[in-house]
Design a protein around this ligand. Structure first.
Ligand SMILES: [Mn+2]
Length: 457
């Protein structure tokens, strides 16, 4: 830890010497939060900046950066260390992805270099935060570090933040920027009517509730929970702690009575994070909703709006971002309905649906992940969603924790299967993506099925 902080100081000192920098970051919630966080710190130092958000750091993207004297890479960069020295700029990298290659000149901050795991212990935003914090008096930026970690789902595996993330959280709690508590792990605590929150909660499948609006309303009636107060839908934050406990224990009972394993049922509850500086009842007050809002801007090509929100715009940019969030949710519901109507095709070791042009390639993976509750989906098999994209067919795969424990590695399987048909893929063990040429989907799926079978046998 001491060495990680020492490196953060070195990077911060290099940054402090610049008059103007180009901030290059990744187009997802963690990437946007990282960029916003760094820029807010730069504002205080009176260092000028431009921001560029990119999908990936390939040679073409790097070529377009050649005019800058100093570049800060956040939430990316560690995968392209070989290319840094030829940029002719001072390169400062705050990333948490697996480093590859070597650079003689770059200032490189990455948890992997110091024995931490970038998938669980520290996010891109957390890494950027350590750097900005080394400049002193930037502790108020810790809320964005938590938003980024939650955006990368770093709190999910163990039901709370751990590693360096946890130290940042403790600091944020001490400074009263974030409050953490154990609560129902469901999206929309600040903004959604309770019955919608429960119906669409997708981290674990609750029989008769998940994806079932009538069943959800029936349960809430049985528990004597008022849905409305003064003519307005009550949200999770409007409930008393007694009401919350009553609902949570009813959901748990329901799962247990259907034979769902207790360890799994426990995942209904986990750490949730409230941003104390944000107004109550807004999507920014909850770290998970904030990160989804950022993702919504990124997935529809409005990443600049997401950065503006991180920089503090609560007027025009927030309004636009919230509209995008609503549209994003609506598209997800439409996507799930598509899968409900068409169903999935089952092979021996996977199930898939092909949405063609009916679901955007940028959200087909989220839809696949949310489909667990759809009738006819086997919760034990990985699910692959396919959708047409500009450069081929996008395939997104989602596995389960149980299969990963049995050695499922979707990143490897998707990459190998895609390469065999002239495409490319990668990602994580539990969630991965690939792009395959049009017309080669069948072949790809058959080979993927075989590879997954070998992994989990
Ligand atoms: Mn990240």
């Amino acid at each position: 830890m001491e060495r990680l902080l020492e490196r953060a100081r070195e990077c911060a000192e290099a940054l402090q010497k610049q008059d103007e920098v180009l901030v290059v970051s990744h187009v997802d919630a963690d990437g946007l939060a990282s960029a916003g966080l760094v820029c807010r710190g730069l504002d205080k130092l009176n260092i000028g900046y431009r921001v560029r958000i990119v999908k990936q750091l390939d040679v073409a993207a790097l070529g377009a950066l050649s005019d800058a004297d100093a570049i800060v890479f956040t939430d990316l960069g560690s995968g392209h260390l070989d290319l840094m020295d030829s940029l002719g700029a001072t390169c400062i990298i705050a990333d948490h992805h697996q480093p590859t290659g070597r650079s003689k000149t770059a200032f490189h901050l990455n948890p992997h270099l110091f024995g931490f795991n970038g998938a669980t212990d520290l996010s891109g935003s957390g890494t950027a935060y350590l750097m900005m914090r080394a400049l002193g008096s930037n502790e108020e930026l810790s809320d964005l570090a938590i938003v980024g970690a939650v955006g990368d789902l770093q709190h999910i595996r163990e039901g709370g933040l751990r590693g360096v993330n946890k130290l940042i959280l403790q600091e944020a709690e001490k400074n009263r920027t974030v409050a953490a508590e154990r609560d129902l792990q469901a999206f929309g605590r600040q903004t959604r009517p309770i019955h919608k929150l429960l119906e669409y909660a997708s981290n674990i499948y609750v029989p008769g509730v998940t994806g079932n609006s009538e069943g959800t309303l029936r349960l809430l009636r049985q528990l004597d929970i008022q849905l409305k107060k003064d003519g307005r839908w009550r949200r999770w934050i409007d409930l008393s702690s007694g009401e919350r406990r009553k609902i949570i224990s009813a959901l748990m009972q329901r799962c247990l009575s259907y034979g769902i394993a207790p360890q799994k049922v426990q995942r209904l509850v986990g750490e949730v994070y409230t941003l104390l500086g944000e107004a109550e009842g807004t999507a920014l007050r909850d770290a998970s909703e904030f990160s989804t809002l950022l993702n919504a801007t990124a997935r529809y090509g409005f990443e600049d709006i997401g950065v503006e929100v991180c920089l503090g715009d609560r007027a025009e940019s927030y309004t636009k971002a919230y509209e995008l969030l609503l549209m994003h949710r609506e598209n997800l519901v439409k996507g799930i309905n598509f899968v409900k109507q068409t169903g999935v095709t089952r092979l021996s070791n996977l199930q898939y649906f092909h949405a063609g042009d009916q679901i955007r390639d940028t959200i087909v993976g989220i839809v696949a992940g949310m489909c667990k509750s759809v009738a006819g989906i086997d919760g034990r098999l990985p699910i692959i969603g396919l959708a047409n994209a500009e450069d081929g067919v996008k395939a997104s795969a989602r596995g389960t924790q149980e299969l990963v424990e049995r050695r499922l590695n979707l990143a490897k399987a998707m990459s190998e299967a895609a390469i065999s048909v002239g495409g490319a893929g990668g990602g994580h063990d539990i969630a991965a993506g690939a792009t395959v040429p049009y017309g080669r989907e069948e072949e790809f799926l058959v080979f993927l099925n075989k590879l997954i079978g070998e992994q989990v046998s």
